[in-house]
Design a protein around this ligand. Structure first.
Ligand SMILES: Cc1cc2nc3c(=O)[nH]c(=O)nc-3n(C[C@H](O)[C@H](O)[C@H](O)COP(=O)(O)O)c2cc1C
Length: 178
C-alpha cells in the first residue's frame, strides 16, 4: 500500500466546515498523514529542508485547500515557491518528486453552476487552477483528476456526509493505484 501526505492549507481551520469534515473522514487511515501548514507555520517561516524530506517519504501528494480569490491561500503559495525549488523539484537530474501522484482537493464557497461560461464566475473552477497541471508537469509528477466540493458552507449535513464518504473512497482507491 502506498502512503499519502495531505498538504493542507486553511487560514481558519477552526471555523472550517467542509475541509474539517473531509479531513475528519480520513484521519484514522494509517497510510495518510495530514500536514496542516497553517498549524505548523503560523508565522510563515517554512522549514524548507524539513518539508522536502517529508515530501520524499510519500507516494501520493494531496494538496487540499479552500479556494480563496480564485487561488490558493497565501501560505501554500509561499510553500510552493520555497519548497519546490530548483535542484529539488525541478532542474537537470534533480526531480525528487518525479513519479509521485498529485491529487488536488479544492473546496469552493460558490455553487458549481456559477463556475461556467456566462455565469458569475465565468469559467470552470479547473481553469483557475491550471497551474497545478503545470506544477505536476515541471516536477514530473502524475497529475490525478482533481476533487472539487462546491457550496462548502451551505450543503446539507447529509450531502456533506456523502461527499466525505466519496472523498475517503477516492483517496483509498488512489492509494491502491499509485
Ligand atoms: C478570503 C476568502 C476568499 C474566498 N474566495 C473564494 C473564491 O474565489 N471562490 C469561491 O467559490 N469561494 C471563495 N471563498 C469561500 C471559501 O472557498 C469557502 O468558504 C470554503 O471553501 C469552504 O470551506 P471550509 O468550510 O473548509 O472553510 C472565499 C473565502 C474567503 C474567506
Amino acid at each position: 500500500m502506498s502512503k499519502a501526505l495531505i498538504v493542507y492549507a486553511h487560514p481558519a481551520h477552526q471555523r472550517s466546515r467542509a475541509n474539517q469534515a473531509l479531513l475528519n473522514s480520513v484521519k484514522d487511515l494509517t497510510d495518510v498523514t495530514i500536514h496542516d501548514l497553517y498549524e505548523v507555520y503560523p508565522n510563515f517561516f517554512i522549514d524548507v529542508p524539513a518539508e522536502q524530506a517529508l515530501l520524499e517519504q510519500y507516494d501520493l501528494i494531496v494538496i487540499q485547500h479552500p479556494v480563496y480569490w480564485y487561488n490558493m491561500p497565501a501560505l501554500l503559495r509561499e510553500w510552493q515557491d520555497l519548497v519546490l525549488e530548483y535542484g529539488f523539484a525541478y532542474g537537470k537530474g534533480t526531480r525528487k518528486l518525479a513519479g509521485k501522484g498529485l491529487w488536488v482537493v479544492l473546496t469552493a464557497g460558490a455553487p458549481e453552476n456559477t463556475y461556467a461560461e456566462g455565469a458569475v464566475n465565468e469559467r470552470p473552477l479547473s481553469e483557475y487552477f491550471l497551474q497545478y497541471d503545470r506544477m505536476a508537469n515541471v516536477c514530473g509528477m502524475q497529475k490525478l483528476e482533481s476533487y472539487e466540493l462546491y457550496y462548502g458552507r451551505h450543503t446539507s449535513d447529509a450531502d456533506l456526509n456523502k461527499r466525505c464518504a466519496d472523498y475517503r473512497a477516492n483517496l483509498l482507491r488512489l492509494l491502491k493505484e499509485i
